[in-house]
Design a protein around this ligand. Sequence first.
Ligand SMILES: O=P(O)(O)O[C@@H]1C[C@H](O)[C@@H](CO)O1
Ligand code: HPA
Length: 241
Amino acid sequence: MDVFLLNDVCLKYADIPNFPRSTVHGHPCVCMQGRFHLVTTCACGFQITLPMRVFKLLGVETVFLTNAAGGPQPGLQVGDVMVIKDHINMPGFAGNNPLAGPNDERFGVRFPCMSDAYDRELRQLALDVAAELGYCEFMQEGVYCVLGGPSFETIAECRMLHSLGADAVGMSTAHEVIVARHAGMRCFALSLISNRAVMDYDSQEKANHEEVLETGRQRAEQLEKLVSTMVARLERNNNSF
Ligand SMILES: O=P(O)(O)O[C@@H]1C[C@H](O)[C@@H](CO)O1
Ligand code: HPA
């Protein structure tokens, strides 16, 4: 069941007016269990990002996001954790931006800047905490590219994305970050490289959701430790890194 956890209060998504419904199996997370993707709601970026505005209204200042992603960057291995330093919003090139339509000035300006979308201090904190925990061998930093899904990429698409500067490719996160940044919240995001992007016509590899879930299970404990240590560090410093 999809639930929204706020302190000890647990709300069903179905009980929150206008809240979208998650349809993808296997996306539990710490505070919001059940995620929304472009494919869930007929490419309506506004609806899938509504939770960010709910967070803002609840007084949230910093948003942590995680995702599973394929890796077109040859330096990335399955199981690597990539701190996202920037994104490419591919659906945005076709006009699918979650901020399209009338701007709600109560949240932010009409034309928000995105060159600082992923908070520099939080990225450094992640790398520092990872080093303390002994995670350096699988920590990376890179650019995440969001596509609409739900089909995985063709070989030609993977090659193109790599040449465009994408290190990881997935189906979420960038829309949420755009809306969170519009509302002035700080953003930090991680990609777990759950599968290699297939770049070679002779390869027998095929992207599939089971591999994505399995890689997630294998790294779950370390990811939880990394994020919870970062959150504890932030709390200790009054959210000021
Ligand atoms: O919610 P994320 O972006 O982690 O989920 C990815 C995208 C698809 O839902 C799924 C593909 O296996 O994982
Ligand atoms: O290879 C991928 N492509 C797109 N989305 C994904 N989510 C997990 N792996 C992938």
